[in-house]
Design a protein around this ligand. Structure first.
Ligand code: NAG
Ligand code: NAG
Ligand code: NAG
Ligand code: NAG
Ligand code: NAG
Length: 460
């Protein structure tokens, strides 16, 4: 469990040689207004049941769900996609269309995964075909003709983005030459752009982050520049468990300069490892994405019909973990991670203020200033230890530059794990902190790897 100490106790602990070493400080600057709240991290991939309304509305609206991404992957047979024939394509299309409609019901944007509808969802066999095999594009061209016609017929273009291929840099999704991928990109981009000028075409959705020594990135950027097929959003995934958003963004920025390409919105349309899909990790990712104004969708580490359930590991339901699991059963409850997204959406109102992660990049904070309170959500990247939070420029919210600050703390535990029920954060009470110099610092004792915390105080 996490503990709280008045400043006096914290000061005496510093003199104690047995006291825990502070690993670093995440800093919030209340005077640095970084824009209105956008809930940039409130999307997820798959996670929506194919039966409409199976998960009740409030589960979507309470977390401000705003971005979906699907294409009928891993639906129950017979639904293996285009490469198995039109009937199998139709099953996947129906699944994706249903997920599109659910996303639109809540005003969200939807990224259509046409590689999944084709059938390259990672379950395809080693002799499965890829677009343009042996220089023959006829099946891909026919596929796009069918899909374009079906999307038009179902009036499914509003709020639509297309990730032209998912993670082609992994043989799991693209087991053909890189040059063939680039040809596929160029053909598909120009065809869809001509067909639907308003639909966003996004990519490259690589598993690997921007990196000047990664030939998938360098060849792609060089190709789209010459081919006039620059994506409307720069998309990649952050699921390796290593790097951070400022590093990745910086690498993209310099690559774009090298290849003379424009900066466009960033979309990390799969973020967080499965281990990071816990309250602490969710907050760490929210903080990271918000800092660089990147859209983010939680990755999804479930498979089969569970891929189409549980809102990407934010919900549980009866029999979720037993052999009597049913894809179509209801009875949902929220888990600990869900409570983080709910607080992020419903409670962190007002405007955002700038923050920086601890120097070791392990503790991060996302802070907002509402009409009533300052709210600072904090999470570690799956570690235990002692960090601290410094909040600077208290006078920017009308507080005196020295005095006593009463801070209300909430804990967001991961009780019961991924399928555990957590109906609300835990009220950990109010603690007084004396401060001076227009700045307050308090410790975060992280004795488990998964709990996140929120700290709140009234404006002056
Ligand atoms: C492999 O998948 C393709 C469709 O992608 C199918 O036509 C073929 O029969 C499959 N081969 C085997 C050995 O299952
Ligand atoms: C882009 O690349 C595709 C695939 O090679 C090609 O068909 C198309 O003509 C190219 N377009 C331009 C504008 O270079
Ligand atoms: C859970 O599974 C058991 C059988 O193992 C079944 O009796 C029960 O009805 C299931 N509960 C729900 C809510 O589906
Ligand atoms: C968040 O806001 C909701 C709606 O105003 C409120 O009911 C709830 O108590 C708040 N939760 C916390 C943890 O402050
Ligand atoms: C304000 O915060 C943003 C986001 O954290 C940061 O990039 C920027 O450098 C900060 N500006 C100042 C003046 O501190």
């Amino acid at each position: 469990m996490y503990q709280f100490m008045p400043l006096l106790l914290a000061a005496s602990a510093i003199a104690n040689p047995l006291a825990k070493r502070v690993s670093g400080t995440s800093t919030v600057n209340l005077g640095n207004i970084t824009g209105s709240i956008k809930h940039l991290a409130s999307g997820f991939i798959y996670g929506i049941p194919d039966t409409p309304n199976q998960i009740p509305d409030h589960f979507y609206t309470d977390i401000g769900f705003n971005y979906g991404r699907a294409g009928g992957a891993q639906v129950a047979a017979p639904g293996l996609g285009w490469i198995w024939g039109l009937a199998e394509y139709k099953v996947r299309f129906a699944s994706a269309l249903s997920n599109y409609r659910t996303t639109r019901k809540y005003g969200g944007e939807f990224i259509f995964l046409i590689h999944d509808l084709w059938g390259a969802d990672g379950t395809q066999n080693s002799s499965a075909p890829y677009p343009g095999d042996n220089g023959d594009w006829s099946s891909w061209d026919d596929y796009l003709t069918q899909w374009i016609s079906d999307m038009n017929a179902n009036d499914a273009l509003e709020g639509l983005s297309v990730d032209i291929w998912n993670e082609p840099d992994l043989a799991y999704f693209w087991n053909a030459p890189q040059s063939q991928y680039l040809q596929m990109w160029g053909r598909t981009y120009h065809r869809l752009r001509k067909e639907w000028p308003e639909v966003k075409l996004t990519g490259p959705a690589f598993a690997g982050e921007p990196d000047a020594s990664n030939s998938w990135w360098t060849n792609y950027l060089s190709f789209v520049e010459g081919n006039a097929s620059i994506p409307d959003q720069w998309v990649w995934h952050m699921e390796g468990g290593g790097s951070d958003m400022e590093t990745a963004y910086g690498n993209l920025y310099s690559l774009l300069q090298t290849y003379n390409l424009p900066l466009r919105p960033i979309n990390i349309d799969e973020y967080a490892t499965y281990a990071e899909q816990v309250p602490s990790g969710a907050v760490w990712w929210i903080s990271q994405l918000e800092r660089v104004d990147a859209i983010g969708l939680r990755g999804n580490w479930l498979s089969g019909t569970q891929l189409h359930d549980f809102m990407a590991s934010l919900l549980g339901k009866p029999n979720a973990t037993t052999s009597s699991y049913s894809a179509t059963e209801g009875g949902y409850w929220p888990n600990g991670g869900y409570q983080v997204y709910k607080y992020y959406n419903l409670n962190q109102t007002g405007h955002r203020v700038g923050s920086s992660p601890s120097a070791d990049l392990m503790l991060d904070t996302y802070a907002t200033v509402g009409t009533d309170m300052v709210r600072v959500l904090t999470g570690v990247r799956i570690a235990t230890g002692t960090w601290q939070i410094t909040i600077n420029d208290l006078s920017a919210v009308g507080l005196p530059t020295s005095g006593t600050l009463n801070i209300h703390t909430w804990g967001f535990p991961f009780t019961g794990g991924y399928f555990g029920e957590v109906d609300a954060p835990t009220d950990l009470g109010w603690y007084e902190h004396t401060y001076e110099g227009n700045s307050v610092t308090f410790p975060v004792y992280q004795t488990d790897t998964t709990t996140a915390y929120a700290f709140e105080f009234l404006l002056g």
